[in-house]
Design a protein around this ligand. Structure first.
Ligand SMILES: O=C(O)CNC(=O)[C@H](CS)NC(=O)CCC(=O)C(=O)O
Length: 280
């Protein structure tokens, strides 16, 4: 089974409408083809580089709002499966200022929302950059469910950004049969330069799956700087396509059935001895 895997790299700002236009412009560069296409947007693609207050204001109730409407329209217009990085999603009964989930929402080519993964590992970390202290849990509620969805027979797994540092999540996705894992991200320049490619390659190799890693890139309004270098990787750890520090598309057409051979020859999944207990 053939799939076209696409990571969309962009520099999101705080203005939702402008970010939607940037995504639409980049998607219009895709050539039309019959191969099912999976497009992954970066973390916080619709609003990034503002302050906490703006993040909280931008959060939407599931099924309602500008960001979700745009994703549905874009998926249908370009006839792609669209993984929407993270979108800030409030619970149904949430108060206006309450924390939101950093949700990766998935739309099918009919514009229907078919999956939601809420980021499990929150980035409360000190980094040696201008921002210094990242405290995602101040405004974000942590997710607790491991999520895969079916794309015409291929199993697609979902993770977000900092999750990349927790291999047990990816193991769990592998155990659920993930053929492709999507990692929308806003990796910082400093940590990205040091770890981004290596972590993505390791997750691909150890779980024998394709990785679609879509990152934010460049300077953002609030002084934050992100690393870019979005990539598509195969199950052998090879980079099929990569982009440096400019916005744009990273594209690879892959054959999902090729995974069977790799897994049959080196059956990592069957050779496992240690189960990691979940504390979720
Ligand atoms: O909070 C926002 O505005 C949007 N979210 C992010 O930028 C998130 C949480 S701060 N960033 C990461 O997870 C970076 C991880 C990373 O860089 C690493 O693991 O090295």
């Amino acid at each position: 089974m053939k799939l076209r895997l696409v990571a969309l790299q962009m520099t999101s700002g705080p203005d939702v409408e402008q970010n939607i236009q940037q995504v639409e412009f980049l998607l219009s560069q895709l050539t039309l083809c019959d191969t099912p296409t999976l497009v992954v947007l970066p973390e916080c693609w619709a609003c990034f580089g503002g302050n906490e207050q703006l993040q909280l204001q931008t959060a939407e109730i599931l099924g309602v709002g500008q960001i979700q409407h745009a994703m549905s329209q874009l998926a249908a217009k370009f006839k792609v499966w669209l993984v929407g990085g993270s979108v800030p999603i409030k619970g149904q009964s949430a108060q206006p200022q309450s924390k939101f989930y950093a949700a990766s929402l998935v739309y099918n080519p009919h514009g229907q929302c078919v999956a939601q993964y809420n980021k499990i590992h929150l980035f409360d970390v000190e980094v040696a950059d201008k921002t210094g202290s990242y405290q995602e849990s101040l405004y974000t509620r942590a997710g607790a469910d491991i999520v895969t969805f079916d794309l015409q027979g291929a199993k697609i797994g979902l993770a977000i950004c900092y999750d990349l540092r927790f291999p047990e999540l990816f193991r769990a996705l592998q155990a659920q049969g993930a053929d492709v894992i999507c990692v929308p991200s806003a990796f910082t320049y400093v940590t990205g330069q040091a770890h981004w490619q290596i972590l993505n390659q390791a997750r691909a190799i150890e779980n024998q799956c394709f990785m679609v890693a879509a990152n934010q890139v460049g300077q953002h309004n609030n002084g934050r700087e992100t690393w870019g270098h979005s990539m598509v990787i195969d199950a052998w750890g090879e980079l099929l396509d990569i982009r440096g520090s400019q916005p744009g598309l990273v594209i690879a057409e892959v054959d999902i059935t090729s995974l069977q051979q790799i897994r049959a020859k080196m059956p990592n999944l069957q050779h496992r001895k240690i189960q990691v207990a979940s504390s979720l």
